[in-house]
Design a protein around this ligand. Structure first.
Ligand code: 16G
Length: 271
């Protein structure tokens, strides 16, 4: 498909729309299905060609294309046209390492270490690591890459007394979790993770190689060993244009739980 010319591709689109549903919605659905059959990097037929083929107004085509760009399915290149975007990688809702996730998707994981030093735990870090504020902790900041391309920016804090010398270990292109197992016999057993969408700072956007306007996914994770002791508090900023979160959902067994209390938790957002 990748080698097909823009004009040839056009012939795989229907020759007009049905009169029943709004044209914009129909066109968007058709283009979304069309893009799903194409390889990343494939150039899409120009707006004028799509307009003629489907017999719709130019504005309707532009709007449908804009929607696909906003969804991250295609991207525009100035004075060239629109192209099919890379497929999104999955951040699985499982306790795996970045290296394992990338290998599972057929990519080679890598790391560029930006900072690795012992610092004292701030209030927030201490609370998450369940240590006293001021306790020495190893701060690790890494750009995580897949096949050499930046995918995430990770800041981890680990209790320094538990991992003596961690600040000296060369973690370039090396898995942290594997290192903790190999050097200190510590296994990752469970974790709590929460995430939200944020705008990266200019510096973060530069490190990730994206525009600061591109939303990113901030994951925060507290990881524990089999005895339940906290071994890491990580804040990982994943590229929003290359990642989606994937979780398996199952209906809870038994009767539905009682509705939650009406009083919000302290600090909860009010609506
Ligand atoms: C994941 C974890 C991060 C952990 C890293 C270890 C999330 C959001 N974060 O990226 O907490 O430090 O894996 O990966 O999943 P590594 O063993 O490849 O260094």
């Amino acid at each position: 498909m990748a080698s097909k010319r823009r004009g040839d591709l056009l012939e795989t689109l229907p020759n007009g729309l049905s009169g029943q549903r709004p044209k914009g919605a129909q066109l968007q659905e058709i283009l979304e299905d069309f893009v799903a059959t194409l390889e990343p990097g494939t150039p899409l037929p120009g707006e004028m060609l799509i307009k003629k083929r489907l017999k719709v107004a130019r504005g309707t085509v532009t709007q449908a294309i804009d929607e696909l760009v906003a969804k991250g399915l295609i991207y525009r290149v100035e004075r060239s046209g629109t192209y099919v975007a890379e497929r999104k990688l999955r951040q699985p809702g499982t306790l795996t390492s970045f290296s394992e996730d990338m290998r599972a998707q057929g990519m080679t994981p890598g790391s560029i270490v930006l900072d690795q030093e012992v610092v004292t735990a701030s209030l927030i870090i201490a609370r998450q690591l369940e240590v006293e504020p001021g306790t020495p902790v190893v701060h690790l900041q890494r750009v995580r890459t897949a096949d050499g391309e930046p995918m995430a920016l990770e800041r981890s804090h680990l209790p320094a007394p538990r991992f003596p010398g961690l600040e000296e270990v060369d973690l370039t292109d090396t898995s942290l979790y594997e290192t903790l197992g190999r050097r200190w016999g510590v296994q990752v057993a469970s974790a709590e993770q929460w995430f939200s969408a944020i705008r990266p700072t200019d510096a973060e956007a530069t490190q990730l190689g994206v525009s600061p306007d591109q939303p990113a996914l901030l994951f925060q994770r507290v990881t524990r060993d089999p005895a339940g002791r906290v071994i890491e508090f990580a804040r990982s900023l994943y590229r929003g244009d290359r990642y989606e979160v994937h979780t398996q959902l199952r209906r809870p067994e038994g009767p539905p739980e009682e509705p939650a209390a009406l009083t919000p938790e302290p600090g909860a957002l009010s609506t």
